[in-house]
Design a protein around this ligand. Structure first.
Ligand code: AMP
Ligand code: ZN
Ligand code: FE
Ligand code: FE
Length: 299
């Protein structure tokens, strides 16, 4: 069983449509793939409809959080996408992403970059707009060679010249919301220090005491020594340890299934979830049941 529990589509800042993502996941030999777009469930229906036989879809989202001024991401799996409180919080974060991206465009223009909001809006399409879309505009303009090169102190890294913060949820509140919607919570890339400041281990312990289910251990932004330390911390705190690619299509270098989650850990996630069930691919015209078909979706 090959299980990849963290992937993005065009519903946020990935470059595969949800349909392309599930097809590519099957082609990559995955048995289970999670769709975890930033602050949105809008890709679910398309992914379910295109799900190939033999691939199971785990519905989820990556929620933008902030603790003591440090941005962090919380993966939420198999929650009820219609549960009103979590629905409203996702909407709040997504809505704030638009003026925030416009603010980054304004800062870049002050720095002499001829970027426009129209360009960023075109790149983002109907996905929740984020820094990777602004970074893609900078690549198009020849300001930086790659998306990664835009995440520096000169441009878009946390606190950089053109950075603007967005509304981010307190992670303890996020845990309450995820649990209230029947979901399972996994702290994404908790020690990805090249992205900016990370939270201390004491905070992970507090989150564990508040109901956190797991931490993402095997991730491209964690060095081998970091993974070993996090694996030990997970064991100590009784947390599940997951692994995943954080696939973003062509916007990042990682490939589907680059890191995977142990089947026993996956089984425990599905046992804990009460908000939604994994959707087995029927192949062809869509499997009908499960999260996606006919539900009130994020826009
Ligand atoms: P946003 O949610 O708009 O603040 O953008 C955050 C996203 O930007 C993350 O999910 C990553 O996809 C990407 N990102 C953040 N830091 C970096 C980095 N140092 N290098 C490349 N991508 C990054
Ligand atoms: Zn992203
Ligand atoms: Fe993330
Ligand atoms: Fe991610």
């Amino acid at each position: 069983m090959r299980i990849d529990l963290h992937c993005h589509s065009t519903a946020s800042d990935g470059t595969d449509t949800p349909a392309e993502l599930v097809r590519n996941a099957a082609a990559a030999g995955l048995d289970v793939v999670a769709l975890t777009d930033h602050d949105t469930t809008r890709g679910y229906a398309e992914a379910v409809a295109a799900l190939p036989a033999g691939l199971t879809l785990v519905t989820g989202a990556e929620l933008s959080c902030r603790l003591d001024g440090v941005s962090m991401h919380m993966l939420a799996y198999l929650f009820d996408p219609e549960e009103p409180a979590l629905f409203a919080e996702r909407e709040l974060v997504r809505d704030d992403r638009v003026p925030r991206a416009q603010g980054m465009v304004a800062k870049l223009r002050e720095l002499g970059v001829p970027i426009t909001w129209e360009q960023v809006a075109r790149i983002a399409g109907d996905g929740s707009v984020g820094r990777p879309h602004v970074a893609t505009a900078l690549v198009e303009l020849g300001v930086v060679p790659t998306v990664n090169d835009a995440f520096t102190g000169d441009w878009l890294a946390d606190g950089a010249r053109a950075y603007v913060p967005k509304h981010e949820t307190d992670p303890f509140e996020a845990l309450r919301l995820i649990k209230g919607a029947g979901g399972v919570a996994v702290f994404a890339h908790p020690a990805a220090s090249k992205r900016g400041r990370t939270v201390p281990e004491s905070a992970i312990a507090e989150l564990a005491a508040a109901g956190l289910d797991g931490i993402e251990v095997d991730h491209m932004d964690h060095e081998p020594a970091t993974r070993a330390r996090l694996r030990g911390l997970a064991a100590e705190l009784g947390l599940l340890a997951t692994g995943s690619s954080d696939y973003h299509g062509s916007r990042k270098t990682c490939v589907l299934g680059e890191y995977t989650t142990d089947p026993e850990v996956y089984g425990e996630i599905t046992r804990r979830a009460t908000g939604a069930f994994p959707v087995p691919g029927a192949g062809g015209a869509g499997s009908g049941a499960g999260a996606g078909a006919g539900t009130r979706a994020d826009v």
